[in-house]
Design a protein around this ligand. Structure first.
Ligand code: IMP
Length: 430
């Protein structure tokens, strides 16, 4: 019963799509378990590269079946736009290949309007959300008044629920001095979505469990990263779902028994979109080096929002933390090639606060502002790593960096990526 879980160890954008793409070749089912269209995964089909925000990216492999789990929040407009984009690229995915859990929740225009209005009301305390309505949709779920995918199966009742949802949201919007929504127009739009969504709705937890019992391989695809987890992350600068390995179980409706591997993806450095403390953040020449200019699609600018990402040195304290809270069996390191050309590379091994040193966070990562990073400096390398395919192709300094990061994190690094193409991956000998 092999279940492999891929999670991000940082603030999202670690390049999880890479490892998902590799592992999906051996998977029967690819399953997304958290978040909504706040995520952005770059996928390549034939010669075309495009972005998926919602649909599990492993479905581009023709032999796989896709699942969107109960831990997700679904914007139907994005869902159908992605199906259309995939179809145009020659990947025709219908209900026979993709199913959504009846217990996943719907995102509505009211959630998006509330997301924007609430952010504005936060003033200088803004979270920097993606504006996709994620927080308000999960709020409705927790408040037990959300709209579930199951609701689309009874269109008349769904319409009534939608009208009540918009009426309630309009009261909240009025309190935030935001424009109200036209409840009837939204209900009409969602009635059409309901008809089109219905064939996709089922008990995906049961299907995944049955597949695992038959010995099929299931790949759980996380969105965002550990530090954006509602409980485990840098609260309140987090998303409203559970991107950690525990979230995969809850968000797919599974127990822990089938887990085989838990793979944490980390960049060779650190990035963050949105607000919140970032101890190893850099500015100046190192910042420009790590972010890139935006000329390449893989430079550090948001996939969903286009915002320039904040960048910094790899934070070993946070990586060690991610190893612990996810129970990682291995790490995959991405974008090692980006470090090429730096004279020296820094990695944070511990924090200092009030004259004390910390290898572990005393109270989790919620408030990182008191901590100053303690760095170790490793020699850089000038060679371009993009052509490397084997361990021996890497310069000794790059090998030393990989080994040292694994030591700091306390988990093996199984693979590193050295460029955006599928084959630009190097296996790390054990
Ligand atoms: P929300 O998920 O839109 O509510 O945004 C909450 C926080 O999570 C913000 O700091 C976002 O920038 C961040 N966030 C959400 N999704 C992603 C992602 O896929 N990659 C990186 N950051 C994300």
């Amino acid at each position: 019963m092999p279940l492999d879980i891929v999670v991000g160890t940082q603030w999202g954008d670690e390049g999880k799509g890479r490892i998902v793409d590799l592992l999906a070749r051996q998977a029967d089912i690819v399953a997304r378990f958290n978040g909504g269209d706040n995520a952005g995964h770059t996928v390549t089909v034939a010669a075309q590269t495009f972005k998926l925000h919602l649909i599990p990216s492993g479905v581009v492999h023709a032999h796989t079946r896709g699942v969107m789990g109960s831990g997700m929040v679904v914007n139907p407009a994005t869902f159908f736009a992605e199906l259309e984009a995939l179809r145009a690229a020659g990947v025709d995915i219908g209900p026979g290949r993709l199913q959504i859990s009846f217990a996943a929740h719907l995102i509505t225009p009211a959630h998006r309007a509330l997301d924007r209005a609430q952010e504005q009301a936060r003033g200088s305390g803004q979270i920097g959300t993606t504006g996709r309505g994620i927080g308000p949709a999960y709020t409705d779920r927790a408040a037990r008044r959300g709209l579930r995918l199951q609701d689309v199966l009874d269109r008349a009742a769904f319409r009534e629920k939608m009208l009540a949802h918009i009426a309630a949201a309009n009261l909240q919007l009025a309190a935030l001095r935001a424009e109200p929504l036209d409840a009837r127009a939204v209900a009409a739009e969602y009635d059409d979505f309901a008809a089109r969504l219905a064939p996709y709705v089922s008990d995906t937890g049961l299907q995944v469990w049955q597949a695992l019992k038959q010995g099929q391989a299931v790949l759980a695809e996380g969105a965002q990263g550990t530090l954006l987890d509602l409980d485990a992350g840098t609260y309140p600068y987090v998303t409203s779902s559970y991107p950690t390995a525990a979230g995969a179980l809850l968000g797919l409706g599974l127990g822990a028994a089938p887990i085989r591997r838990v793979i944490g993806v980390t960049k060779a450095f650190q990035t963050r979109v949105g607000a919140g403390p970032f101890p190893t953040e850099v500015s100046g020449p190192a910042e420009l080096h790590l972010r890139g200019t935006g000329a390449n699609p893989w430079d550090e600018f948001g996939t969903t929002t286009g915002r320039p990402r904040r960048v910094g040195w790899l934070d070993g304290v946070l990586l060690r933390y991610a190893v612990r809270v996810n129970g990682l069996t291995e790490i995959m390191m991405t974008k090692l090639d980006v470090l090429g050309g730096l004279d020296a590379i820094r990695v944070c091994t511990a924090y200092r606060a009030d004259g004390k040193e910390y290898e572990q966070l005393p109270l989790g990562p919620a408030d990182l502002s008191p901590f100053e990073p303690i760095y170790e400096e490793l020699p850089g390398w000038s060679a371009d790593l993009q052509g490397a395919r084997r361990w021996d192709d890497l310069p000794a300094e790059a090998q030393a960096y990989i080994r040292r990061v694994a030591g700091i994190a306390g988990a093996p690094i199984g693979q590193v990526s050295v460029g955006p193409e599928r084959d630009q991956v190097v296996d790390v000998p054990g």
